[in-house]
Design a protein around this ligand. Structure first.
Ligand SMILES: [Cu+2]
Length: 219
């Protein structure tokens, strides 16, 4: 009986960890919110049942002191993972779906030049590496300028954003909110690579720049 509940606990812990791993790996895009909650719940129940089984002699050669300390460590670890899953921090940071951010007054254009599909052609995203300022020109527009029917993507290396395929004459834009260096590539042509460095200045500095460009808000 005690051994049974210990093993049920172990199974549930494995299921919970597997579920959390699945959501973290990004395999289950559709269900990731629900799966995180469900996996965390299974994991918690598993730990409780496992601990109960242990306390009643599930694994005979382990001293109660060890059980208590292992339980504490597992509990803290699980609680930490659950909190990070709920708040999208730590290992779960990448799960957060970026909300659409307001477009900037100035847009930056990146051309996907003709022949970008050709691995022998060094230039594809032009300009390849750009720097933008939040509040000034944080909206970047990629334009597919291929002269034959080839689609491309603009895909962050850790999937923070992904345009999906877009064909010649079409464009895709993204507004960057957080400072940092964003490296991206094209899924069908992974040798196509580019980056966007996003910088954030104080709102006074942003207002100054906008004013100097004749775009400042009056008053
Ligand atoms: Cu491409």
């Amino acid at each position: 009986m005690d051994s049974t509940s210990t093993w049920i606990g172990v199974t549930m812990i494995i299921l919970g960890v597997a579920g959390i791993f699945l959501t973290y790996s990004g395999i289950s895009h559709t269900f990731e919110m629900g799966m995180q909650g469900l996996s965390a719940l299974i994991l918690f129940l598993g730990i409780i049942i496992f601990a109960g089984g242990l306390a009643r002699g599930g694994f005979p050669n382990v001293k109660p002191v060890h059980i208590a300390s292992i339980g504490l460590v597992v509990f803290i670890g699980t609680a930490g993972l659950t909190v990070s899953a709920v708040t999208y921090s730590g290992p779960f940071k990448l799960l957060k779906v970026e909300e659409e951010f307001l477009e900037s007054p100035i847009k930056v254009f990146v051309d996907i030049i003709p022949g970008s599909w050709d691995p022998a052609q060094p230039d594809n995203y032009v300009p390849k590496n750009i720097r933008v300022l939040v509040g000034v020109n944080h909206t970047v527009v990629w334009i597919n300028k291929e002269d034959i029917d080839v689609s491309h993507t603009v895909t962050h290396i850790n999937r923070l954003f992904d345009s999906g395929l877009f064909g010649p004459g079409l464009n895709w834009s993204y507004s960057f909110r957080e400072p940092g260096l964003y490296q991206y590539f094209c899924i069908p042509h992974p040798w196509m690579r580019g980056s966007v460095e996003v910088e954030r200045l104080s709102s006074e500095e942003v207002q100054e720049i906008l004013a100097s460009l004749g775009l400042g808000t009056e008053e």
